[in-house]
Design a binder for this molecule. Structure first.
Ligand code: AMP
Length: 232
């Protein structure tokens, strides 16, 4: 099998509660695989920053830690997956978040002759998630995500703290995750697509576990993906 045909098969869902490391891991993995990381949260924040009507609606919902209605999110993802770069494969971060979203995703991929080939669940204890989110910062210029305690930013970084990473909102987002998104674990398990990964540890350690969980999909794609980026 050629490298590009292996790569074209990678359509991955990253599952995990807010601050489980989905964004960081998805970003690294997508860069290594040469496929886009598609984050519905990033798309909504971009719409908010652009000041569109839809962006204002998203902002109101996000700042309360609630979920945006399924039909709006599904429409966003449908349009994004139709773009040329997503034809090579993709990593979904923060979508699907409900069972109806997962079903809609399966349907829209099936209509294009495609399907999800793995879902990685990054499992992390709630207290650690709270600490991570409240100390998380993003460099506005590079989009790089840092943690003030575990992954400190360089002095040159221009840091912002996401509004919805404030403690009270994080608690609501974790509740929404438990109420709606945790159901996706049995959904993908039932399809034989789920891989569990322990989310406790440094980004490098968790990244290594994800690569190992996906090795049969990614073997032959990139030497960096075998056994972790820092190992031969
Ligand atoms: P995230 O960056 O993935 O943590 O998403 C930030 C916020 O955007 C969430 O707390 C929700 O308000 C909203 N959001 C992002 N993705 C979705 C989704 N798939 N379904 C519903 N709401 C979403």
């Amino acid at each position: 099998m050629t490298e590009s045909s292996v790569r074209s098969k990678i359509r991955l869902v990253l599952l995990g509660a807010p601050a489980s490391g989905k964004g960081t891991q998805g970003q690294t993995l997508a860069a290594e695989l040469g496929i886009p990381k598609i984050s519905t949260g990033d798309m909504m924040r971009a719409a908010r920053d652009a000041g569109t009507e839809l962006g204002k609606l998203f902002d109101g919902i996000m700042s309360q830690g609630k979920l945006v209605p399924d039909d709006l999110v599904i429409r966003l993802v449908d349009e994004r997956l139709a773009e040329p770069d997503a034809q090579r494969g993709f990593i979904l971060d923060g979508f699907p978040r409900t069972v109806p979203q997962a079903e809609a995703l399966d349907q829209l991929l099936a209509s294009r002759g495609a399907s999800i080939n793995a879902a990685v669940n990054i499992a992390t204890p709630r207290e650690l998630l709270l600490e991570r989110a409240t100390l998380r910062r993003t460099d506005v210029r590079t989009g790089q995500i840092y943690h003030l305690k575990y992954n400190p930013p360089p002095d040159s970084a221009q840091l912002v703290h996401r509004d919805d990473d404030r403690e009270e909102t994080v608690r609501k987002r974790l509740d929404a995750y438990d109420a709606m998104t945790a159901a996706l674990v049995p959904y993908y398990e039932g399809k034989g697509l789920l891989r569990h990964v322990d989310g406790v540890g440094s980004p490098v350690e968790v990244g290594r576990r994800i690569r190992s969980a996906l090795s049969e999909l990614t073997d032959g794609v990139s030497p960096n993906l075998r056994g972790g980026a820092n190992e031969g």
